[in-house]
Design a binder for this molecule. Structure first.
Ligand SMILES: [Zn+2]
Ligand SMILES: [Zn+2]
Length: 140
């Protein structure tokens, strides 16, 4: 699958990356771990093939926090930016934090391949106001 390369990186510029294949889907995760890790009401990820991601610089700098056994949250220790989730049981995939894409970049997904997950864990006081599918837990 061809895709015009997509670029992104952390806030301070230590970590830069390129993506060269489209994601299976885009996930907006409302779980409490994502909310705490990102300091946000939910976190948005592209579920990409691991082979689609090239870390152009800063790979050795990435810090790895396991929020649950086997779930690695990779972030830049200089600026605190969350960049990638790697999940041991899905080692052929990488979840890229879409807020780190450069301005003007698009994740490259089909509009139908986008949903909310862990919708049951969302905060009660904010409505995302969209028609996307909303799954309890990870869904299927
Ligand atoms: Zn940084
Ligand atoms: Zn989550």
């Amino acid at each position: 699958m061809g895709l015009k390369p997509i670029h992104g990186g952390c806030q301070c510029g230590t970590v830069r990356y390129t993506i060269t294949a489209p994601p299976r889907e885009v996930l907006h995760c409302h779980c409490s771990l994502c909310r705490k890790a990102h300091g946000a009401l939910f976190a948005s990820f592209g579920d990409y093939p691991a082979t689609a991601l090239t870390i152009d610089c800063g790979s050795a700098s990435l810090a790895d926090f396991q929020s649950s056994p086997g779930i690695h949250r990779l972030f830049c220790p200089s600026c605190g930016c969350q960049l990638f989730n790697r999940i041991d049981k899905w080692s052929d995939r990488v979840f890229v934090v879409l807020g780190t894409l450069d301005a003007g970049e698009n994740p490259g997904h089909a509009p139908t391949d986008e949903r909310h997950i862990f919708w049951d864990s969302r905060v009660s006081w904010y409505d995302t106001g969209d028609d996307l599918r909303k799954d309890t837990g990870y869904g299927d």
